[in-house]
Design a protein around this ligand. Sequence first.
Ligand SMILES: C[S@@+](CC[C@H](N)C(=O)[O-])C[C@H]1O[C@@H](n2cnc3c(N)ncnc32)[C@H](O)[C@@H]1O
Length: 312
Amino acid sequence: MARPVTNNDLPEPPRTAVYGAPPLDLVDVPPDAAQLSPLRPGSQAIEALPDGALDDLVVAAPPGSIERRFVLAHALRALRPGGTLTVLGAKDKGGGRLRGELEGFGCEVAERFKARQRLCTVTRPPTPQGLDEAIAEGSPVLVEKIGLQSQPGIFSWNRIDPGSALLVRHLPAFAGHGADLGAGLGILSRAVLASPKVEALTLIEIDRRAVDAAKLNVTDPRARFNWADARETKLTELDFVVTNPPFHAEGIEDRGLGQAFIASAARMLRRSGTLLLVANRHMPYEAALRTAFRSVETRVEEAGYKIFEARK
Ligand SMILES: C[S@@+](CC[C@H](N)C(=O)[O-])C[C@H]1O[C@@H](n2cnc3c(N)ncnc32)[C@H](O)[C@@H]1O
């Protein structure tokens, strides 16, 4: 008979951790710090840390205010009283609000300015205030107006992105095996799975919160979920790929990301497989499409967006 699991069998929680990717020239992160981030596949969730487990935590503050207050509240919850929290944020990406937000939780804040970043350091007070409210406000939720499970911090978390809406309207009935790269909440995937000829669809997404939400939004048994970087996937021989590619990596604009998604889609498709991609018409994707695919057509151009169909 199996031995019952005891507390002694559970892995020790980390004592020190880093959330996100703070600029390492501005702050010291101990080499043994556990990596926390919903955007780093395989890393731990700050939400899952036990209360009072950490001695030190460095946080790269997310830009969205609900998401940021959620992360700060979890940071203070997960630190032991007297533990140290260092938070960094660019002034125009929420850094300017950090001091007030931390003071609102009852912290005494030491603030410094370095290279356009605000650095706030606090010692975790014995009884921080308002943590439960901030955590509740930033937690997963059913967004009634779009009828989807979501969470602040996910791309376009409480509205349908116009590019995705356009692609949904113009989606052909696919067949066979496919993937949705950067699947987000699963809006495109749900529409793809409306075709009975689709045998399997893999939703690949780098944001764990979006993957968790998509599992509730896309309940079709043909869907598979992969918390992963779409540039590194090992899937091959697919019949089709759909994508509304990202142009930000951890808050920083990166136009190369969409180009890398195109190259990745080309590797994943079988001969004559189809890529359907929607993007803002100003995005520089046509050259990358023509390099990676035999034929490229603009299927739709509407309201500032383009849908490209490319065949391998
Ligand atoms: C423009 S959004 C599209 C989301 C969703 N498909 C939709 O139509 O609403 C791009 C998505 O790609 C995800 N993403 C960003 N970088 C990624 C990467 N390297 N690998 C996989 N997904 C990524 C983002 O988290 C975001 O959900």
